[in-house]
Design a protein around this ligand. Structure first.
Ligand SMILES: [Zn+2]
Length: 164
């Protein structure tokens, strides 16, 4: 079987060749960090009208604020000048289709080892967004916690809804 990566490598040559050499500054021009899910249907840059160099986009399963997301946000804010955080969960998320206990048991049954990490599944989207907002607001490692807003992206209508 051929790796998808080989096809993407060819795609990259087609993408890069017509572009002029340009250097964009390392610091995001919009001083924004976005935390969202790894879901393949959410094209963050297109959906939000962002360009290369505009914002940091941090992704994991569920768009959950974990210690590693705090690590990235701390670097984003302290070293690279971002001041605003957008949290984006989405409808029909894979994390709504499992439970912490169930997935943990499955991993343990298959491997004989219990994972050290938390699974962080959720059923209520808005509650999950609010919890992520709280985790950012409570992190002492982040100097900028006043502009943190949470949203749900609808994968069918492509619209964002703010969670208050
Ligand atoms: Zn998801």
């Amino acid at each position: 079987m051929v790796d998808v990566a080989d096809e993407l490598l060819a795609n990259n040559r087609l993408y890069a060749d017509p572009l002029a050499h340009q250097h964009v500054d390392l610091r995001p021009t919009r001083a924004l960090a976005i935390v969202t899910c790894m879901d393949s249907r959410l094209n963050v840059f297109a959906a939000l009208g962002l360009e290369e160099g505009d914002a940091h986009v941090l992704r994991n399963a569920g768009g959950v604020i974990t210690d590693d997301m705090i690590r990235s946000l701390a670097i984003s804010q302290r070293l690279l000048g971002t001041r605003e955080v957008m949290l984006i969960h989405h409808t029909d998320c894979g994390m709504q289709r499992l439970t912490d206990d169930g997935f943990r048991a499955e991993l343990q049954a298959d491997t004989g080892e219990a994972p050290a990490f938390a699974i962080e599944s959720f059923s209520d989207l808005d509650a999950a967004v609010r919890q992520s907002i709280l985790r950012v607001r409570r992190s002492v490692f982040l100097p900028h916690r006043d502009r943190v807003r949470g949203f749900v992206y609808d994968v069918d209508t492509h619209r964002l809804r703010e969670v208050s």
